[in-house]
Ligand binder design. Sequence first.
Ligand code: TMP
Length: 211
Amino acid sequence: MEKIKTDRFISFEGIDYSGKTTQIDLLKSFLEGRGFNVFVIREPGGTAISEKIRQLLLDKKNFKMYERAELFLYSAARVQLVVEKIIPMLKKDFFVIADRYVDSTTAYQGYGRRIDLKVIKQINKAATFDIMPNITFYLEIKPGRAYERRNDSAKQTDRLEAAGLEFYKRVFNGYKKISQKNKSFYVLDAEQSVETIHKQILNIITPKIMD
Ligand code: TMP
């Protein structure tokens, strides 16, 4: 595959209820205010096929899904997204902001579901054609605190939610490990105010987009 410029590719990570979506909206508005085109994607989803896969993945009725089947489904949804959206948008010089990307697979399927990390690494590479974000913002919140932020309807919605606190603790520790290995992975305290986190994101991003 031809070389794709990824300097405008940004991803957000965090366990559920870390406040990613709010920060993505704020960053999008900021960048658009500066005259940039911005495209936001949410994983799993973002293409017709990926949205169908999302329904399969998040449906609580599919509790019999084997861990590796889950891994392949997330990755299949990602292949569609990379080819149909991420690559074309980067080629058009858009900022692409991803609400979750490969680090979610490493944290949830690798550390959470305990699938061999070597397998995860290979599949992540294959599913993305090695298109990796320039910057990743990780909104860190302890699983217990994230649980407190959920509303009642969320407590029974999808299959992953049903996985329980122990699962989320492994995911949390997984993100910690990822942050220790990756220089472009910025850890932000998700319990700070929305404005403070947004300012921290801008402080990191502004020098990079001035280049
Ligand atoms: P969200 O749209 O609310 O972020 O929900 C997506 C869920 O899917 C969330 O619980 C994290 C999970 N997930 C994985 O387990 N692996 C992945 O690779 C991705 C992208 C998401």
